[in-house]
Design a protein around this ligand. Structure first.
Ligand code: RET
Length: 133
């Protein structure tokens, strides 16, 4: 599988608003989130992955093992409990987040040396692209 590890800076962000509305995030928090320059730090320690989404306002960290379902609490985002499962689908690292919201998850992959991230929720898709630091 592809190596996604490294520190990445956001260069484009399409429909974060639609994704946040689908998650039921308040207008006040959405307004702040839209202004943030997000960073991703992806690390691998043995068979554990750690993905940090950082900003000047708030950080979000998730860690998991491939193919092992885990409990995720989306602290500071929409504050929901989901059952998450991350697997490789070809060169894409794909996460399914089972919970109250249908069709929820994300996919990370590399294309032209850029990190792509699609975030899904209830038919909304947010597409983010990051360049390596
Ligand atoms: C922040 C700030 C508060 C509001 C929103 C945020 C968005 C976080 C996102 C995180 C995605 C994380 C993923 C991790 C994968 O391992 C920055 C917490 C909306 C979209 C996909």
């Amino acid at each position: 599988p592809a190596n996604l590890c490294g520190t990445w800076d956001i260069i484009s962000n399409v429909n974060l608003e639609g994704y946040m509305v689908a998650l039921g995030i308040s207008p006040q928090l959405r307004k702040i989130a839209l202004k943030l320059k997000l960073k991703k730090v992806i690390e691998q320690q043995g068979d554990e992955y750690i993905i940090k989404t950082t900003s000047t306002f708030r950080n979000y960290t998730v860690s998991f093992r491939m193919g092992q379902e885990f409990e995720e609490f989306t602290r500071g985002l929409d504050n929901r409990n989901v059952k998450s499962l991350v697997t490789w689908e070809g060169n894409k690292m794909v996460c399914e987040q089972i919970g109250e919201k249908k069709n929820r998850g994300w996919a990370h992959w590399i294309e032209d040396d850029k990190l792509h991230l699609d975030l899904f929720c209830e038919g909304e898709v947010c597409s983010q692209v990051f360049k390596k630091k």
